[in-house]
Design a protein around this ligand. Sequence first.
Ligand code: OSB
Ligand code: MG
Length: 387
Amino acid sequence: MKSVTIKDIKYHVIALPLVELLKTSFGAEPYKSAIIIEVVTESGLTGWGETALKTKPSYGAETVLTALHITRDFLIPKLIGKTISSPTEVHALVESVRGNHHAHAGIESAIWDVLAKANDMRLADYFAHHLPEGHTPRDSIVAGVSIGIQDTIEEQIAIIKKRVDEGYKRIKLKIAPGWDIEVAQAVREHFPDIMLMLDANSAYTLEDTEHLKKLDQFNLIMIEQPLSYDDIYEHSKLQPQIETPICLDESIYSAHDWQIALALGAGKILNLKPTRVGGYAESLKLYELCVENDNPLWVGGMLETGIGRAANVAFASLPGVTLPSDISATNRYFDPDITEPPFVLNDDSTLSVPDGIGIGVDVQRDRIEEAKALWNENNPFTPLWDK
Ligand code: OSB
Ligand code: MG
């Protein structure tokens, strides 16, 4: 396999208008924000990665600006001039920079892209190349769609209908205290058979156990992160008391965390967000762990632009990803995105894996410039970001 020598790493802080906001138990941000990472090699290749983050430390501890600091002042200086033959070598070069998984993931994913390109491979095949034999990527991934908290139940039903009519077979709804049982009840009256799941984004405590038990009647495929963002132990107390399988998101930062969760019985399903676990090398470890333990697996999202989404599509094409992912068509997120062509929902509720090498989508530099300008105009400390 060919190696690359890193000549330069550039970063672009962007804000991109969202077609539909995603209001969670911790609120909604007016734009999608991210740091787009561009790795340039001595031989003139370019790899792209995305540090997907919010502007507030609401989902996890990192924000766009903490990631900018870590990326610019710690990670990039450790990587310039380094020759790398596999992205799995990146961890050892930067492990002295603790935590900050989203920042790590953005750079690491750009290195995955550039090394796949150097070796003339699609990213999906390059991921499979880092697994034991037999994990041949599929041509498409099963899409799901994540829908935010609405003002009224009528609006909630209307937006679900729109998504079901577009062809989405798996719907995820955000819930919070005061927006849960009645919503699930109404949704099941209108859509008795859709694959439905709820995401609480850490909005409940163990004291809500009796309340959460009421969700068991709605035939949910799972409930995502009902308890604290940093908890595993209390989830292990909740899971035996409810029938709905618990899926962990916020509280799983590594394969080690998932081993703890499995040992304690804290959940049955993993929302694997490559950005949250520090990148695709750790994602592959989690993937292997889930395959070994027969855990259902799906790939989560952070409203990624086409750059992060293309890499997540490649990862979700691996056969151990057994449930629909939080990866939707481009038109659910952006118009236009910063990459071409858009991801389009196929009739069977899937998205096709791009044929091109690396992430397989073309980055539109003019749109990155526009999105950088929008970020600069909407500094996160203006009131706009307090919505
Ligand atoms: O909890 O899964 C979540 C987006 C930002 C932060 C947290 C979450 C989400 C999503 C979006 O649910 C899923 C997607 O990218 O489509
Ligand atoms: Mg979640």
